[in-house]
Design a binder for this molecule. Structure first.
Ligand code: ATP
Ligand code: MG
Length: 435
């Protein structure tokens, strides 16, 4: 499912602000008897809008998710709250890299009654980080840091709680902070808005809101300039070339969010799960799925972090469907699907003949993952060897053969430095020596 953040190029669409739909929020609106005060919109999804709010009793910022009000959205909010409560309850020390639910309540407005969830405030999504890095692929040591967090979360939800996320992707992994400190209200110590400005409501609310938002942004910019100046004075800023983005100072710790589609492992309830590009073969073929479907999405996400490009971006063709193209792309990169797996699903007959060959895409252009990484993405032979050794088993067509999150956490790739990182470190060290 797609969703956006306030800085994205799409918005949630005004026509969904109607009975059964979104609740319209204005800056300084209060919730739960004045406990939460709306500051600005952080993002939105098909089910909700998410607002930065100030939690007055504890003087801190939180993320307030306000669900659409129609019964099906209320139902899914109740389900999400159940899952989130389990996640938070069993992780008292906040070490499992999953979003924390702090509170929940109902709020009645002109469009109906809305379930509201209060979360700890997190930063930008990993998708935004990939875009920020101009789709170039992150250094492998950063990829490893992110992988450790995602795997910690998956191991926790799979093994300890028996939950399948079912929609793991870069958009649903949030950094604990923002990429740019000027957007981080906590780090930049921006003052909260606690009351509506005088005469605000009668005095053309929109204009007042804009003025407040401008002021907030200005204050954040000033604070960010202070942070950057302080960092520079500590010698923390490295010179950046024209098309390289500086990743220094970014906190790469992250958490898995959006449990709106998650399910209990013993009760998978939807046939079609996962966002297209991260969808596992057993889901396309409808052969039944389990925790290992999340591992497939994890594999696709890791590839995207390391290369900046989606692993599979299938398209519909004149003579074949998007599903068939997807299966073809998988086999081009990972080899032929074992016949038993290919023909074993409820939908297998739509795509495969009885020999396990695709019906409508007869000629596959083989391009193994290792060749792609060396030829197209210019990874060193060493880096490819170690990385592929980690990644390829996660993308096994046989779900039961995929390693678990727990096993992945033990893999040597996560526990030693990559050659490219060692070289970078070496050259930084020698630069320092010559200064
Ligand atoms: P979807 O259509 O993806 O199911 P949804 O309505 O369930 O969306 P979420 O995905 O939970 O909503 O949140 C929507 C957006 O709000 C996220 O993509 C993110 O930009 C922002 N967001 C959500 N939770 C937080 C948080 N804790 N801190 C900061 N931003 C958040
Ligand atoms: Mg989402």
């Amino acid at each position: 499912m797609s969703s956006g953040s306030s800085s994205g190029d799409e918005d949630e669409g005004m026509d969904s602000y109607r009975k059964g739909g979104y609740h319209a929020v204005r800056v300084a609106d209060t919730f739960a008897g004045g406990r939460y005060i709306a500051q600005r919109k952080l993002g939105w999804g098909h089910f909700s809008t998410v607002w930065l709010a100030y939690y007055h009793p504890q003087l801190k910022y939180v993320a307030l998710k306000i669900q659409k009000s129609a019964p099906e959205f209320a139902q899914s909010a109740i389900h999400e709250i159940n899952i989130l409560s389990a996640l938070t309850q069993h992780d008292p020390d906040n070490r499992k890299c999953v979003i924390r639910l702090l509170d929940h309540f109902k709020h009645t407005g002109p469009n109906g009654q809305h379930y509201c969830m209060v979360f700890e405030l997190l930063g930008d999504s990993i998708l935004k980080l990939i875009k920020y890095n101009r789709y170039k692929g992150l250094p492998l040591n950063k990829v490893k840091d992110i992988c450790r967090c995602i795997l910690t979360a998956l191991d926790y939800i799979h093994r300890q709680l028996g939950i399948i996320h079912t929609d793991l992707k870069p958009e649903n992994i949030l950094l604990v902070s923002t990429i740019n400190p000027s957007n981080d209200l906590v780090r930049s110590k921006t003052c909260p808005i606690v009351s509506k400005p005088e005469g605000g409501v009668n005095n053309g609310g929109g204009l007042v809101v804009n003025a407040i938002e401008r002021k907030l942004k200005q204050r954040a910019r000033q604070a960010a300039a202070r942070i950057t100046a302080r960092r520079a004075s500590l010698g923390g800023v490295r010179p950046v070339t024209k098309d390289d983005r500086c990743l220094d100072g970014i906190d790469f710790r992250c958490k898995v969010v959006d449990f709106g589609n998650a399910c209990w492992g013993n009760r998978p309830y939807a046939d079609e799960i996962q966002t297209r590009q991260y969808r596992a073969p057993e889901v396309i073929l409808q052969s039944g799925y389990s925790y290992s479907a999340d591992m497939w999405s994890f594999g696709c996400t890791v590839f995207e972090l390391a290369t900046g490009e989606m692993m599979f971006a299938p398209k519909t063709g004149q003579s074949f469907s998007q599903d068939e193209d997807h299966l073809a792309l998988m086999m081009e990169m990972l080899g032929k699907m074992p016949r038993k797996i290919a023909v074993g699903g409820l939908r297998s007959k739509d795509y495969f003949d009885r020999y396990g060959d695709l019906k409508r895409i007869r000629r596959l252009k083989h391009c193994p993952l290792t060749c792609l990484l060396t030829d197209k993405f210019k990874f060193s032979v060493h880096d490819v060897r170690d990385f592929a050794d980690f990644l390829i088993p996660i993308l096994d067509f046989v779900p039961e053969k995929r390693p678990t999150a727990q096993q992945c956490l033990q893999h040597p790739w996560l526990n030693k430095s990559s050659e490219s990182d060692v070289q970078k470190l070496d050259s930084q060290m020698s630069e320092l020596q010559f200064k």
